[in-house]
Design a protein around this ligand. Sequence first.
Ligand code: AP5
Length: 191
Amino acid sequence: MRLILMGPPGAGKGTQARTVAEHFGIPAISTGDIFRANVSQGTPLGKKAEEYMDAGEYVPDEVTNLMVRARIDEPDAEPGFLLDGYPRTLAQVEELDGMIRHTGHELDAAVVLTVDPDEIVERLLRRAQVEGRADDTEEVIRRRQEVYVEQTEPLIEFYRGRGLVHEIDGMGVVEEVTKRIFDALDVVPQS
Ligand code: AP5
């Protein structure tokens, strides 16, 4: 199973990715998490990514694409993967197509979470108090939303054209949203 999980900042991608990936026995690969781990370890990749992330901008495609390619080549991703927050640009879509074609497989679905903008800001400001993520300030949240609308939202239509999009209402409690995703993917979750 090869899935991508899309949606604006704070839509619940990371939250849902873990449960969905676990169900399919595949890794949930979050580009944001990988970047953050590199930032906190002070690696060269982290140093390249940090200033973009802190400003709410996307890390350049060439950096992100190389990182995802390396992660997908790891043995645990052989049976499939769930990508959380990748692709976000047309260049990344093309790169991912190439990566998947190379393995002789296809992308199975693009799950898109939709959430009211006010709810998103509330969620992220709440998280800011708990986790203190550098990009969860009101100003940077606003910029992340703009960048998403400009660069990533158009990709949804692109995947819709391929018949891959499952648009999921991301409002409500976490478990309800998970159930909607499983229903859309036509799977029976293990309890
Ligand atoms: P990334 O970490 O992916 O951030 P994001 O897309 O802004 O998304 P978030 O992690 O904020 O939200 P989410 O949708 O995962 O929601 P979550 O489950 O956490 O990327 C960070 C940065 O890295 C980017 O800005 C960019 O700089 C760089 N980057 C990453 N990928 C890149 C790429 N492909 N190309 C270039 N640059 C890239 O939930 C949010 C909060 O809401 C949590 O506190 C959660 O507990 C809560 N919550 C979740 N679901 C619910 C619910 N149903 N009800 C109530 N609360 C909920």
